[in-house]
Design a protein around this ligand. Structure first.
Ligand SMILES: [Fe+2]
Length: 214
């Protein structure tokens, strides 16, 4: 890994996300535009903070420094979680992880059955508020747990690996569904999951996502 020079993030392409079941191409296109905004914000914030540091203004008492620093977690996770989300979707997905897969076993271990896990995950998706539902693995214990993340950053367990990431901000579904129809979107999400990617995330040591820094 190179050190010394801050690298900019690049927007990833998710061209494979056409023809999903219950999540329209227009919905995805609009969502990808929003995702692009997070990439720009992360790069801009890093550049602005580097400039402040260069000017000797990296001070907790400097309101500009403090505000930009506070926004980092929101913008970074806005970028990162969308990359996990888009890459765990695919056309013609299966309803459940393949029987006998590592993920299937891990879910049974943690929740008793895949159906119990799914019901819990979907129930979280139906919670009021904007945020994310994420199936995480604690890499120290291998234990799987479902978590609710408020906005993009509140509630992320530090160091845990995201395995399955579901966006439940209204911008993720309101082109296709009404505000009161989030449960329909959650059902649609489950018809388009790429379980192979989720399995890879489980098996790989690092929390791999499609990301590029140039
Ligand atoms: Fe989103």
């Amino acid at each position: 890994m190179q050190h010394g020079k801050t690298k900019a993030y690049k927007e990833q392409s998710f061209d494979h996300l056409r023809g999903l079941d219950g999540i329209s191409d227009d919905q995805i296109a609009e969502h990808l535009k929003l995702y692009g905004g997070y990439i720009k914000q992360v790069n801009t914030l890093n550049a602005e903070l580097a400039e402040l540091m260069g000017k000797g203004k990296a001070s907790g008492k400097d309101p500009e420094f403090a505000e930009l620093t506070r926004r980092l977690g929101f913008e970074y996770n806005g970028m990162i979680l969308h990359e996990y989300y888009f890459s765990n979707l695919r056309r013609a997905g299966e309803a459940k992880p393949p029987t006998g897969s590592g993920l299937g076993h891990a879910l049974v271990d943690a929740f008793g059955s895949v159906d119990t896990w799914k019901a819990d995950f979907q129930a979280m998706g139906d919670m009021r508020g904007i945020g994310w539902v994420i199936l995480f693995q604690d890499p120290c214990t291998d234990r799987l747990t479902n978590h609710w993340i408020t906005l993009h950053q509140d509630g992320v367990p530090a160091g845990f690996k995201p395995l399955l990431v579901m966006d439940v901000w209204e911008h993720a579904f309101m082109r296709d569904y009404k505000a009161t129809e989030k449960a329909k979107y959650v059902e649609a999400f489950f018809r388009n999951i790429d379980w192979q990617i989720v399995e890879r995330r489980l098996q790989e040591h690092a929390a791999v996502r499609p990301a590029a820094a140039a």
